[in-house]
Design a binder for this molecule. Structure first.
Ligand code: NAD
Length: 354
């Protein structure tokens, strides 16, 4: 199969990520089957896609013709066999649970055409392990989008131990076609590039909470002038449960230094998860928290965050997960809100030679 042979994409899971990725594929001109386990979840995903397209149309980013054409190519589905029987490329975005993902991939392998490439949107998990549930590891790849998928540019295209170069190339080309910035992750490694480079900062914030000093607001006030969202504010925005889950996973597969601190675990246990529950580290009940910049700590500055990222990014180069600092910078600049990657930032302040 060649990239131009891919006409129909099946999206497995119509949740936050699934409906966003489906929307991107529709905008890119593909026919998309949207599959979830119950009609009500499919309907919610369809409504999410329509809501995004309504906004694009209202802002003039989508013509009425493109709007009609995209929605006409969207096929809702609950039956898994029907959903994938003639799909060329399949993207899975079911919850982050390895057992569930493996059972989904076993079904995809059984029901999808032999030519079909099977891609997982897992945030952290091993593509090689997921591929082991199928009889076609050469056609299984990681395909990591960022939230919200309709807006965020980065797609990590991850090579599992058995993924063929051809499958990676087709996935890369499709990501380009749907207006994303693909970065190839050359080795299947926990957290791939973006999440891995950020995990030490997550651990750092967790330790600051444990130390009780500086306060999150004092710390954020020192960082905020340099970023669209300050670190603790961002942790709240993403969800403390997601941060905790990610650290627990990295602690198991990478290093004990990522063990979450007791205050972070306690906040999650108490259901104070950040923006989505109205309260986390900050109070979000009245909207985005206001951070008083006059409270900025002098103890820490942006260089500490950059240094942590550069250290971890250097490990990725040493381990062969990426072989070019520019690719890591490209991933970091397109997966988050920063216009620069850590190597470029470090270079600009004299941390690394060009
Ligand atoms: N939310 C994020 O910020 C984010 C970012 C990048 C990657 N991811 C990854 O994307 C994946 C999905 O995350 P999400 O946030 O969209 O989760 P979600 O809970 O919003 O959506 C998951 C959907 O999958 C459905 N589902 C469960 N079992 C299924 C099955 N067997 N077949 C089809 N659908 C099934 C659920 O009903 C639900 O609608 C996870 O692996 C997550 O780690 C999430």
């Amino acid at each position: 199969m060649k990239t131009e042979d891919v006409k129909k994409i099946a999206m497995i899971g119509a949740g936050d990520m699934g409906h966003g990725i489906a929307a991107c594929c529709l905008i890119g001109g593909y026919t998309v089957v949207l599959r979830d386990i119950e009609q009500k979840f499919v309907d919610r995903g369809m409504a999410g896609i329509k809501a995004s397209f309504d906004k694009f149309k209202a802002k003039g980013k989508m013509t009425p013709e493109a709007y009609d054409s995209a929605l006409a190519r969207l096929i809702p589905m609950v039956d898994i066999q029907e959903a994938v029987k003639d799909a060329d490329f399949i993207i899975e975005a079911v919850p982050e649970n390895l057992k569930l993902k493996k059972s989904v991939f076993a079904d995809l392998d059984k029901y999808a055409p032999k030519r079909a490439i099977l891609a997982s949107n897992t945030s952290n998990m091993s593509i090689t392990e997921i591929a082991a549930a199928t009889g076609r590891p050469e056609k299984v790849i990681g395909y990591h989008f960022f939230n919200p998928a309709v807006l965020m540019k980065l797609v990590e295209v991850i090579k599992g131990a058995g993924s063929s170069d051809k499958s990676i190339q087709i996935a890369y080309d499709i990501a380009k076609k749907i207006n994303k910035v693909p970065v190839i992750v050359k080795k299947d490694s926990p957290g791939f590039i973006y999440n891995r480079v950020n995990i030490p900062n997550g651990a750092f914030l967790s330790k600051i909470l444990e130390a009780g000093h500086p306060t999150p607001e004092e710390f954020d006030a020192a960082m905020k002038p340099f970023m669209p969202m300050a670190p603790f504010e961002l942790l709240d925005y993403v969800g403390l449960d997601i941060g905790l889950h990610s650290m627990e996973y990295m602690m198991q597969v990478l290093s004990l230094e990522y063990k979450p601190s007791a205050p972070l675990s306690a906040l999650v246990k108490a259901g104070t998860l950040g923006k989505k529950t109205g309260r986390g580290i900050y109070d979000w009940s009245q909207g985005r928290p206001v951070i008083d910049l006059s409270k900025a700590t002098k103890e820490f500055d942006l260089n500490h965050m950059i240094a942590l990222q550069v250290n971890e990014a250097t490990k990725l180069l040493e381990e062969g997960v990426a072989d070019d600092p520019k690719e890591i910078d490209l991933a970091m600049a397109n997966g988050g809100g920063s216009p620069f990657g850590p190597f470029a930032l470090a270079q600009s302040i004299g941390y690394c030679s060009p």
